[in-house]
Write a protein that binds this ligand. Structure first.
Ligand SMILES: Nc1nc2c(ncn2[C@@H]2O[C@H](COP(=O)(O)OP(=O)(O)OP(=O)(O)O)[C@@H](O)[C@H]2O)c(=O)[nH]1
Ligand SMILES: [Mg+2]
Length: 302
């Protein structure tokens, strides 16, 4: 049987719903989602395989003008995910549509990637009246030359089947890149660190979650008994270390309990989770630190 396969990055402004869309299509909570912008920091691939079709969706960090080195690394993750892609999904928050901000992203990617197919995917249409969605589609089609416009609601998985069908029409004939059963090519360790980071985003306020890097320093799989996971929560300043730990260690205990349960659900087995907090001054601007950590997780594997 002929096989069709390709890479489909999901790009767009922070908080547009890119990770939610990836999870909705896969039917699995792979990528972390929070109400806060700049949740996703790396490109994360989710593999959809059905019959003779394999689509490697790539969730990406939100598009922004980098203000510090971590954001530069995040932007590089977007650039490297679009370069070898087949169809690009430019996701927008339909409720917050502004012609000029779409134009900025559209021109950037349209000019850089002349031979790529680009779809516009207005998301969050569950928050809109049907007539307003039609007006929006009309506005976008009059002002831009996207290959397709497919509105969706990622949260309700509404019209995501239509989106899949439309992507499939554009897929090149190609052998599968990955084994049929694989849901992602990233290591488990990466998702374990993301689960902890998601809970940090939920439990702590203000800039604290954005000053945190979660490193899995040890992950021992044990045949008998629980897996052993040691995680380092790296912060930028001493004051943030005390906030993460909380009064008499209460806060970090809660973080550990919540994360352990979710890691156990994800891995399908019991784990022993140890959390430590360490200060690395201004790691968000530390080239050596960022290079080492962005490469370490094997995220450049695809
Ligand atoms: N009502 C509604 N909310 C949505 C929809 N899709 C996503 N959201 C919400 O929007 C917020 C951001 O979702 P994410 O999936 O984390 O957005 P993202 O684009 O991955 O964000 P970054 O990783 O920060 O760039 C979350 O609170 C989601 O629940 C949708 O279709 N409808
Ligand atoms: Mg995201």
């Amino acid at each position: 049987m002929q096989k069709f396969s390709g890479f489909v990055p999901i790009i767009g402004a922070p908080n547009a719903g890119k990770s939610t869309l990836l999870n909705a299509i896969l039917g699995y909570k792979l990528s972390i989602v929070t109400a806060k912008p700049q949740t996703t920091r790396n490109r994360i691939n989710g593999i959809y395989t059905k019959d003779n079709i394999q689509i490697i969706f790539v969730d990406t960090p939100g598009i922004l003008d980098p203000k510090y080195k971590l954001q530069q690394f995040m932007s590089k993750e977007i650039a490297s995910s679009v370069i070898d892609s087949d169809v690009i999904l430019l996701l927008i928050d339909a409720k917050k549509y502004e012609r000029n901000s779409l134009k900025k992203m559209y021109l950037k990617y349209k000019n850089e990637l002349k031979n790529h197919k680009i779809f516009c995917v207005p998301n969050k249409i569950d928050l809109m009246q049907k007539e307003d969605v039609l007006i929006l589609i009309d506005e976008i089609s009059k002002n831009f030359k996207f290959d397709e416009i497919v509105p969706v609601s990622a949260v309700k998985a509404f019209n995501t089947d239509e989106l899949l069908k439309t992507i499939i029409k554009y897929l090149p004939e190609n052998d599968f890149y990955f084994n049929n059963e694989l849901l992602t090519s990233h290591p488990e360790k990466f998702f374990v660190s993301e689960i902890i980071r998601q809970n940090i985003l939920k439990l702590y306020k203000d800039e604290v979650p954005f000053s945190v890097y979660v490193d899995i320093s040890e992950f021992k799989v044990r045949e008998k008994g629980k897996d052993f996971i040691n995680s380092l929560i790296i912060v930028e300043r001493d004051s943030q270390k005390s906030i993460i730990i909380g009064e008499s260690g209460k806060k970090i205990k809660k973080l550990g309990e919540l994360s352990r349960k979710e890691i156990e659900d994800f891995l399908g087995k019991k784990v022993f989770l140890e959390l430590f907090v360490k200060v690395r001054k201004d790691w968000k601007n530390d080239d050596v630190f960022l290079k080492k950590n962005f490469n370490k997780l094997g995220l450049n594997a695809i």
